[in-house]
Design a protein around this ligand. Sequence first.
Ligand code: PXP
Length: 247
Amino acid sequence: MTSLRYQRLYVNIDHVATVRQARGGTEPDPVAAATLCERAGADGITAHLREDRRHIHDADIQQLAATVTTALNLECAATEEMLRLAEALRPAAVTLVPERREEITTEGGLDVMRATDQLREAVGRLKRAGVRTSLFIDPEEAAVRAAHALGSDAIELHTGQYAHAPSDARTLRALADAAALASSLGMAVHAGHGLSVRNVGPVAAIPEIEELNIGHALVGRAIFIGLAEAVREIRQAMDEAREADRF
Ligand code: PXP
């Protein structure tokens, strides 16, 4: 069996900011958390700046842009405000996500079949600014083809359905098929949402997926074993799944 290409782990640190915002002070600091994650082996840091600034704030993004030494992946909606910020800051990557104010977390992928003009413009502007683009989409053939038509460098497959029903083989198959199609079209494939040390293995083993974005379960796990250890633990689970080469 051949061993699969290294898979990058990006840690989503929004959830550290959520704990900070519960009291509205300065602790815990998501920027300090990002540094700690990098030292523990994270390949990049992901932060979602929401329109309502419910967790990550503009000052956090500014500081992350100045201090992250791996790669900063800014998650945001394709709005004028966010595009201007991304153009000024030029993080390594921007992942465009849908955003509804009333949602607790990002519930589904982008509507890539309908919001085409807005997304095409956003992808074009980011590329012109030298920022790598990724579109967060559901693992469906039509969405992958639409993302490709929009010219994105990468897609991020929404793993939420898999995370809710990991024993339903269809949820994993949908991810594997979408990943294979996207890769055959020349796009880089990322994945994330709801992944944890318990369910990450089968997704990590999908050969075309080169990057995972993991946040909530990892930060939750950090309460018990510490942030550095939680990063190392999930890193190990990813490596073991890829070495086993199950696909
Ligand atoms: N990727 C995207 C686009 C997301 O919106 C989120 C949620 O913050 C994640 C990955 C990480 O999901 P989770 O926090 O459930 O690990």
